[in-house]
Design a protein around this ligand. Structure first.
Ligand code: GAL
Length: 824
């Protein structure tokens, strides 16, 4: 190597070391500080296992493009340590790859290790083997539990340190979280709860990660741990220590969905209002929970009864596409907040109370000042007079004036396009809607008829004993009855007390009936007439879980399966004689034969056992299989499960999650659009009433090969697979909206705008797809102006001004808007 090479090497090394030098993350009573500078941090939750590594760069790029600084994720203990000391960090569990992808895209990261996470995730993220450890008590001062928790937390911290991913090492992680909302349940653990919480804090601190630790919803969080807020609104939150900045770890962007439940959504206006109010009131860190919700693949959904889709009405939808106008309306807000970051983090604060829930907050730094005008009134618009100028502030909104003169943003005025998604049939197939199916029955003979299990016990055992390796658990016993048994009558019935979550009952190999819980009330009573033979009878009860409880004090102890009693009742006149089978000798078997036999993978030894004749419809416990071609292009792919009952689905061996389209969502949706004004909660804005709770299931592109792919279904309840088909999903029409003097921007995301269906500058109203002209309109023909500007282009921008559209006869007080509906 010559000397110039050496010099080059020296400078490269110098540059490299400078590049990876540590980021210092500190805080004071006002703000988070990065390298000594006060910051506002806008963050969003994306959970790596709820998408695929292929999707990560795109999701994170869109988050960055949407104005975020950071990505927040939980770490999912049960997924990483499914069996004690056996770890999995592969595929969509590759935490390090996910963090490096965030780093690669130039964003910060917030690592919520928990390792209890809640998150509508199975068992709140606890591995079920933990529950089965002798002497354990979970989430309290118990050494067995604390040792396991410390072991996993340390493992994660060490892995992350090894890869130099903490900001203190030059990595992206600026904050780490221990536990999760322990303050919500601490009182039910008494003094031991307090001891545990302090232990968590000390244990976390001892890991020496060089960045701040946070605890969310934990009012007693000891210094230096920062207590943060979770909720729909956190503007009124004050941390428990005056040295802690005001931070919001979960701003719920919508809500999760349960089987049989309505589909909650939250308006863009209300979400933006919550964020603007938080920063108006001195917030420094805000995270959207979720920014991308994604999918509960496999058996990861918690609950019980959380659906496979975890869309959450987040700014990025389940498939990773923009959820417009939410995404764009927030993006604009983020840009404005960043533009006044210095003033709102360093400025002096003053406020003016105008009464009737209207107030202004003024941040002043040297010669600049920035203003927020907030109106928290739920119905009355307000006029704010500030420095001699009148400003209209609509009810339940915040206006931002970066210079305290011009309103550049109002949370209630959306100037972003709305996208209406459409589905398209799979053009790679000649007959996309008639897939060719083969089938085979679930082999249950041994189990149902002979009652042959793997273990037996003279008691009813909780399903968690199985370490939750399957949804399915068989309870089998024999009942010996002869005709002179006092219970023997023509009217005998079987009564089962169950807690989780579905029961299918069989007697002597014959199906007797099923029963399942409803969301929120998980114990149920099964009672059905039963016919016994004199002598020996085989009783088989199949219990199926739909995600284990993930929240609440001591949720880990909630009964799962059939805790009993299980009884036979003989009725003689008014008299009932009860035979309690609970202490019988029960034989137990875990799982399904089909899964043991690996039916879900192609070309396995059982391939010959699939039949193509006499495809059964509505047959309990049936396996179905078909092949299909991956749809062309890059649009997200969904599987239409219309016609099916309930079960599990796999594409090329990758689990799509549980499906249950036969579960119809309850009634009670309003036909009126949801009013964004007034406090939001998850029951306020709902849709999808009376429809299958979830009909469409995400099939990530990375699960598919280009040509032949295999879909396998285990249909538990019985259904009709002939309507099942694959489709792609994309924006079909887009509706532009711009208030007067703003730009109306339209985009078909790389596709061409083919037609304009509606355009009007005036006081038109309605929602995308059903706009209606109002009582006033500009003189020029809006439709032809927009057609000329937009048709044939991928995107277009048109100013919503008098000079483009002409004068209107709308009158003074009327808010004018350009509304456009375009076809992509
Ligand atoms: C919070 C919890 C999150 C999630 C959320 C609801 O209480 O911290 O993990 O469960 O509720 O989506």
């Amino acid at each position: 190597m010559n000397s110039s090479n050496l010099i080059f090497l020296y400078f490269s090394l110098l540059f490299f070391t400078a590049f990876i030098s540590a980021t210092e993350v500190t805080h004071d009573g006002t703000a988070i500080k990065i390298n000594g500078e006060r910051k506002i941090i806008l963050s969003g939750s994306i959970h790596y296992p709820r998408s695929t590594p292929k999707m990560w760069p795109d999701l994170i790029r869109k988050a960055k493009e949407g104005g975020l600084d950071a990505i927040e994720t939980y770490v999912f203990w049960n997924a990483h340590e499914p069996l004690r000391r056996q770890y999995d960090f592969t595929g969509n569990l590759d935490l390090i790859r996910f963090l490096k992808t965030i780093q690669d895209e130039g964003l910060y990261s917030v690592l919520r290790i928990g390792p209890y996470v809640c998150a509508e995730w199975n068992y709140g993220g606890f591995p079920v083997w933990l529950h089965n450890q002798p002497g354990i008590e979970i989430r309290t001062a118990n050494s067995v539990y604390m040792d396991e928790m410390q072991n996993f937390t340390t493992l994660i911290v060490d892995m992350v340190k090894q890869e130099k991913l903490f900001a203190s090492q030059g990595g992206p992680i600026i904050l780490a979280q221990i536990e999760n909302e322990y303050g919500n349940v601490i009182s039910s653990y008494g003094d031991a709860g307090k001891v545990y919480m302090n232990w968590c804090a000390n244990m976390a601190e001892s890991l020496d990660i060089g960045i701040p630790w946070i605890m969310c919803q934990e009012n007693d969080a000891p210094q230096p741990i920062i207590n943060t807020c979770n909720g729909w609104y956190c503007d009124q939150f004050t941390p428990n220590n005056e040295n802690s900045p005001k931070m919001w770890t979960e701003n719920w962007t919508g809500w999760f969905k349960s089987w049989g439940g309505k589909d909650p959504f939250r308006t863009a206006e209300d979400l933006a209002f919550a964020v603007a109010r938080f920063f108006q009131n001195g917030g420094t860190f805000q995270n959207y929970y979720m920014y991308h919700g994604g999918t509960n693949f496999g058996r990861t959904a918690g609950g019980p009864y959380i659906t496979t889709s975890y869309d959450y009405d987040a700014p990025l939808n389940e498939f990773g596409s923009l959820n417009q106008p939410k995404y764009g309306h927030l993006k604009e807000l983020h840009g404005i907040l960043h533009s006044i970051e210095k003033t709102i983090t360093y400025g002096n604060i003053s406020s003016i109370d105008f009464g009737n829930s209207v107030y202004a907050t003024i941040y002043q730094l040297n010669d600049t000042s920035s203003c927020f005008f907030g109106n928290t009134n739920t119905t009355t618009d307000a006029t704010v007079t500030y420095q001699g100028v009148d400003y209209n502030v609509p009810a339940w909104s915040v206006s931002i004036l970066p210079d305290c003169k011009n309103v550049v943003y109002n949370t209630a005025k959306v100037n972003t396009q709305t996208d209406v998604m459409v589905k398209k049939i799979n053009e790679a197939e000649d007959e996309p809607a008639s897939l060719k199916w083969t089938w085979r029955p679930q082999v249950i003979d041994d189990t149902v008829v002979l009652g042959k299990g793997q273990v037996s016990a003279s008691q009813l055992i909780d399903q968690k004993v199985t370490n939750d390796v399957s949804d399915y658990f068989w309870y089998m016993t024999s009942v010996n009855l002869d005709k002179d048994d006092p219970i023997w009558t023509d009217e005998m019935s079987l009564r089962v007390n169950g807690t989780g979550h579905i029961l299918h009952a069989f007697v002597n190999g014959e199906y007797l009936g099923s029963q399942w819980a409803s969301y929120g009330i998980f114990n149920y009573l099964f009672e059905k007439k039963i016919k016994f033979n004199p002598g020996n009878n085989q009783l088989t009860l199949l219990s199926a879980t739909i995600g284990l409880q993930n929240y609440g004090a001591r949720f880990d102890l909630i009964d799962t399966g059939l805790p009993g009693p299980i009884e036979i009742i003989g009725k003689k006149g008014d008299e009932s004689i009860i035979k309690d089978l609970s202490k019988h000798k029960w034989s137990y078997k875990v799982g399904l034969n089909g899964l043991d036999n690996e039916l879900i993978y192609a070309d396995k030894k059982f391939a010959s056992q699939w039949q193509s004749e006499n495809l059964p419809i509505n047959k309990l416990m049936t396996w179905y299989k078909t092949t299909f071609k991956a749809p062309f292009g890059e649009d997200p792919v969904v599987l239409d499960m219309q016609g099916l009952g309930k079960g599990l689905a796999w594409v090329n061996g990758n689990s799509l999650g549980r499906y249950w389209p036969s579960f119809i969502a309850e009634d009670g949706c309003s036909t009126e659009p949801c009013d964004y004004r007034g406090s939001y909660d998850n029951s306020k804005c709902v849709k999808n009433c009376g429809q299958p709770t979830q009909r469409w299931y995400h099939v990530p592109r990375s699960f598919m090969k280009e040509d032949d792919n295999e879909l396998v279904l285990f249909e538990e309840f019985g259904g009709n697979p002939t309507l099942v088909n694959f489709q792609t999903i994309r924006p079909g029409s887009v509706c532009g909206s711009a208030y007067e003097n703003r730009d109306m921007e339209l985009s078909c995301y790389g596709r061409v705008i083919s037609d304009i269906k509606f355009a009007s500058f005036g006081d038109s109203q309605g929602t995308c797809g059903s706009f209606e002209k109002g009582s006033c309109e500009a003189t020029n023909d809006a439709l032809s102006i927009i057609q000329n500007a937009c048709v044939g282009k991928e995107s277009c921008t048109v100013p919503a001004t008098k000079s483009v559209f002409g004068l209107t006869n709308c009158g003074e007080g009327v808010l004018k808007r350009l509304l456009v509906e375009a076809v992509c």
